[in-house]
Design a protein around this ligand. Structure first.
Ligand code: FEO
Ligand code: CA
Ligand code: CA
Length: 513
């Protein structure tokens, strides 16, 4: 794939205009031995030459005598037990209506369907063992567990929320993070689809799309949090100090002064980027939440004690945390184009934020924003923001990222099922996995490594501790199928089989070994 001038210029931190007549050919570089693939609309998982993949696990596969793997796998995060064994956390973002509860338009939603759905969301913990380069599930391992829409999870907050200190269930688990003490953070993103939400300040109930609230009366305020999970025991808690919004991810990094910074985006058009600074270096239960003013390069405190306008508007700090969007807006936070995954460049400490798109504002293809904290200090209150890569030519709608062991960036795209292969997205065809070298002659070049099957999104990329395997979620293949008799995808099993969200494992030349 040829070098892209606009992206290259952005990578250098310059402006396209300032460089004037620099021609495309003067920027073109050889990609060395690595040859990317072209965009594809085939119902296949296609990889660049030299790479190979194996299926790890698919929706509804048994993980033990009592549990099955959940629906619509997203974030993956391996935690090492030893050199050849890991516990892999996998998010299950939303129910598979087609295959799971077998609901289709025109059919009334029943309690039985919703109960099936409540079991399939949340997350899985999987004990994996590596045998001759391939990771395999240890069936029935005591480490294999499910968290789901029924799991009782304590709310870590200053006071009860809607009269309770325990929430029933976690769902809408999109991306996540890992703490310095190796617990998992799983993020509740589009929580309003399940038990609805309430308007502020009126408190008027907004009905949900999935109608779980037709059968269960759980407060919407119990969802939209970051949930910390111990991968060894499965114990979980909802960390309310990190705020409540459509959390895409929660990316942790220790600060120079011994605390932890956690970056998180609110994936909704015109919502904000947040940073949490913990009080202690080994706990996220207490700390201060900030929201970004990008134009001024400032982190603004969401502390009820410190901000008069918050004192006037909200009852207490918990009330602020429940209503982060309203609090951020009052304090002049900068609306963004759907902030999704966040990763930190291990070489520079720069914070990379995927801004997927904002169709209402005419931003169709998104970008990757770079936040450079003052003094490379993650507890800093000021930063500089610039574009790192801009979509529209060699990729569109960046969503999830990961840096590999060598410090190079991988990212995956999420053009929505309804937009894919249609203008203005036609040329990008199916979603893809892309690679960006961070230094050397080819730095900033975007190379496509994989293409997803039909209607699918690639997401949840992570690396095994030895760096030799990339785990990758292939989510919602065939999501535009009208019913089980008229399927748009048959991935991964082929033939006339039903499409199944699955986690795959990739090996190849850019991965060590
Ligand atoms: Fe669940 Fe913002 O992607
Ligand atoms: Ca996402
Ligand atoms: Ca990531």
């Amino acid at each position: 794939m040829s070098f892209n001038r606009r992206e290259f210029v952005k990578f250098l931190g310059g402006s396209t205009l300032a460089l004037g007549p620099l021609s495309l050919t003067s920027c073109q570089q050889k990609t060395g031995a690595l040859k990317g693939i072209d965009f594809s609309s085939k119902d296949e998982f296609i990889l660049a030459e030299g790479f190979e993949y194996d299926l790890l696990i698919s929706f509804q596969d048994k993980i033990s005598d009592k549990d099955t793997f959940g629906s619509n796998n997203d974030y993956t995060c391996p935690v090492a037990i030893n050199d050849s064994e890991v516990i892999l956390w996998v998010n299950h973002e939303y129910p598979d209506l087609l295959v799971g509860s077998q609901w289709s338009e025109g059919i009334e939603r029943t309690k039985e369907m919703i109960d099936q759905e409540r079991y399939t969301v949340g997350g899985s913990l999987l004990h994996l063992k590596k045998e001759q380069k391939i990771w395999k599930l240890v069936f029935n391992s005591p480490y294999n567990r499910r968290l789901n829409g029924n799991t009782e999870i304590p709310l870590i907050s200053e006071r009860p929320i809607e009269g309770k200190k325990t929430a029933i269930g976690t769902f809408a688990n999109c991306a996540g993070g890992i703490t310095p003490w190796k617990t998992i953070l799983t993020c509740e993103e589009n929580f309003h689809n399940y038990y609805g939400d309430r308007t502020f300040p009126e408190g008027k109930k907004v009905e949900s799309i999935l109608e779980w609230d037709k059968f269960y009366d759980y407060p919407p305020e119990h969802y939209g949090w970051v949930v910390e999970v111990n991968p060894m025991s499965g114990a979980a808690k909802k960390l309310t100090a990190l705020g409540r919004f459509s959390h895409e991810c929660a990316t942790c990094i220790p600060t120079k002064d011994g605390r932890v910074a956690v970056y998180s985006g609110d994936d909704k058009n015109d919502e904000f980027l947040y940073k949490f600074l913990s009080d202690k270096g080994d706990s996220l239960e207490k700390g201060e939440l900030f929201v970004a003013n990008i134009a001024e390069g400032q982190w603004i405190s969401l502390s009820w004690e410190k901000q008069d306008i918050l004192k006037k508007t909200f009852k207490d700090q918990t009330d602020v945390l429940i209503h982060c969007r309203e609090a951020g807006r009052l304090l002049g936070a900068t609306p963004l184009d759907r902030p999704e995954d966040i990763e930190i460049n291990p070489a520079t400490g720069d914070v990379f934020v995927c801004l997927t798109n904002n169709k209402k504002r005419g931003n169709m293809h998104g970008s990757i924003l770079k936040i450079s904290e003052s003094g490379s200090d993650h507890s800093s209150m000021s930063f500089k923001a610039s574009d790192f890569l801009v979509g529209g030519e060699s990729f569109s709608c960046p969503d999830n990222m990961a840096f590999d062991k060598a410090g190079n960036l991988w990212f995956a795209t999420d053009i929505s099922g309804g937009s894919m292969n249609k203008p203005p997205y036609s040329k990008f065809k199916n979603n893809g996995l892309f690679y960006v070298e961070m230094k050397g002659a080819n730095a900033g070049e975007v190379i496509q490594i994989a293409s997803a099957p039909k209607d699918a999104e690639l997401t949840g990329l992570s690396f095994s501790p030895d760096g030799e395997t990339m785990f990758l979620s292939v989510q919602h293949p065939g999501e535009k199928s009208k019913n089980l008799k008229s399927l748009t995808s048959h991935w991964p099993r082929g033939g006339e089989s039903i499409p199944l969200s699955s986690v795959i494992q990739i090996r190849g030349p850019l991965l060590k070994g």
